[in-house]
Design a protein around this ligand. Structure first.
Ligand code: ADP
Length: 508
């Protein structure tokens, strides 16, 4: 029994120890567990915080992304707007007519820059405000807007301001004009920009939307301001073009008038010249027959075939003979001038040796040259050939060398005949050291009957027709003739003739 009792005590003690031990273990376990739970809690909290932070970050990213998208959209809109503006500007710069400038600013074009409606207001010369160009507004709208703008004096307020105004402006001094414009145009969003020309304010452009897809920005304001500047420049160009064009038209009209006047004057002159030529030819012709008879009769009488004649009568008959010779000469010159002028004498153009013609004429005039002991120098290359009528060119040389002989001094007279190849053909020069002439006379000596009033002309008779004939002959060869002269020093008569063939010759 005691054993059993001891055993029972022992068992209780053991149980107690075990329980104690179990309690201790349990407490430890609990402590450990609670520590673990605490740690877990901390971890959970940490994760929870992290998750919250991540959520915040994610929200921020979404927000930023949305904003970025918006910015991107705005940027795209701005870029498209700028492209559209560039296209509009290009068209405006190409346009030189005012109407075309405005018709180019159509619905499609304003839509490209993000607007539905447009108005361009200006003032007439009588100071009346009126819409110059309308897109998207009805006639009724316009009537209302026009009245409102006039009554409220909006046009002049905008004119004075002379800078862009828009419905997004926050400036206090612009609120009144913004609400009045919104009221007049019934637009929620709009931009007004002044159009300036070189000589000042032209008017303004208003672009707007009833309900904008996207709110207006400062960028839109800038865009419209640029467009307004471009319109102003295009209007200036058109005005300049119009001025230049009308001046050009005026000039063309004047040129046409003058040309007509000149053509009329020329045909009048041709008629008069023809009449004169016809008259001269007829008269000269009519004179030739009696002159031939006079000279014939005088010659018969002088030959004394009809009987001897007394000395005084002979002397007079000789005078008649001499004068009829002079008269025949004059009549012949007149007839030739008239014939060449009217084209009745055709130049027989052939390859001629200019040197040969000049030499033959110097030979022909040899006695007169000898009589005055004149030195003649010929400087003509041997193989320069002209395309000319040799008989007529001989007459030219006879007249020019004949005149030179007349006007050079006796004994130390000098005549030089030279010849050059020139751009216009052959250039022939006949130079003398004669009496020369003043520039005024030099300009007139080719006129019919013109003779310089000098001592030699007072002594020696002449008709003043020789140089006219020479000029007509040269012109009939499509050449030119002119004189270079100095009073009391000498003269050089220059004339050109067409070349017969190309030679690399210059003056020899
Ligand atoms: P004309 O010899 O019959 O007077 P021309 O028509 O041949 O008529 O000449 C017109 C005028 O030109 C001459 O009267 C003369 O005054 C002037 N003239 C022509 N050749 C010369 C010259 N070589 N030197 C000076 N004057 C000249």
């Amino acid at each position: 029994m005691t054993a059993l009792f001891i055993n029972q005590e022992f068992l209780f003690a053991l149980l107690g120890i075990v329980s104690m031990f179990a309690l201790v273990v349990l407490s430890f376990t609990l402590i450990i567990k609670s520590q673990q739970i605490k740690q877990l809690n901390e971890t959970v909290n940490y994760f929870k915080n992290s998750l919250e932070e991540m959520d915040e970050q994610a929200k921020l990213i979404v927000r930023t992304d949305l904003e970025l998208n918006k910015i991107q959209e705005e940027l795209d809109r701005r870029i498209n707007g700028l492209y559209a503006l560039q296209r509009i500007s290009q068209n405006l710069s190409k346009t030189l007519e005012q109407n075309e400038i405005f018709s180019g600013l159509n619905q499609e074009c304003i839509q490209e820059i993000g607007f539905q409606k447009m108005l361009i207001f200006t003032k007439s010369r009588t100071d009346k405000v009126y819409p110059k160009h309308i897109v998207g507004f009805t006639e009724e709208d316009i009537e209302f807007i026009e009245n409102e703008f006039t009554n409220e004096g909006l046009y002049d307020i905008i004119r004075e301001r002379n800078s862009a105004i828009s419905s997004i402006s926050k400036k206090e001094n612009e609120q009144d004009i913004i609400s009045k414009t919104a009221n007049a145009t019934k637009l929620n969003a709009f931009i007004i920009a002044p159009i300036s020309k070189k000589e000042g304010f032209y008017g303004f452009i208003l672009l707007g939307n009833e309900t904008p897809a996207t709110p207006l920005t400062v960028g839109d304001e800038e865009l419209v301001a640029i467009l307004a500047t471009q319109i102003g420049q295009a209007l200036d160009n058109a005005e300049l073009f119009e001025t230049v064009y009308s001046q050009h038209q005026e000039l063309e009209k004047k040129v046409a008038e003058r040309t007509k006047e000149l053509t009329d004057a020329l045909s009048e002159l041709n008629i008069v010249t023809k009449r004169k030529t016809d008259f001269v030819s007829t008269v000269s012709h009519e004179l030739r027959t009696p002159l031939t008879s006079i000279k014939g009769y005088a010659s018969i009488l002088l030959s004394e075939k009809l009987g001897k004649i007394p000395a005084e009568i002979k002397e007079r008959l000789e005078k008649i003979n001499k004068h009829s010779d002079e008269l025949t000469h004059l009549v012949n010159d007149l007839l030739d001038i008239a014939r060449i002028e009217s084209g009745r004498i055709e130049m027989k153009l052939e390859k001629v040796d200019i040197n040969h013609i000049a030499e033959a004429v110097v030979d022909l005039l040899g006695p007169q040259l000898k009589e005055k002991a004149i030195t003649v120098e010929q400087n003509i290359p041997k193989d320069i050939f002209g395309l000319a009528d040799s008989t007529q060119i001989s007459r030219v040389f006879i007249n020019l060398i004949g005149n030179a002989i007349k006007f050079v001094p006796e004994k130390n007279g000098f005549i030089k005949i030279s010849n050059f190849e020139a751009a216009e053909g052959i250039l022939i020069k006949i130079t003398d050291n004669g009496i020369g002439m003043s520039p005024t006379d030099a300009e007139r000596i080719f006129e019919e009957f013109y003779r310089v009033d000098n001592v030699i002309n007072q002594k020696v008779k002449g008709t003043g027709l020789g140089l006219t004939l020479v000029k007509n002959i040269i012109q009939a060869h499509k050449g030119k003739i002119w004189v270079e002269s100095k009073l009391n020093e000498g003269s050089t008569f220059n004339f050109t003739l067409p070349k017969a063939e190309e030679k690399n010759q210059t003056e020899k």
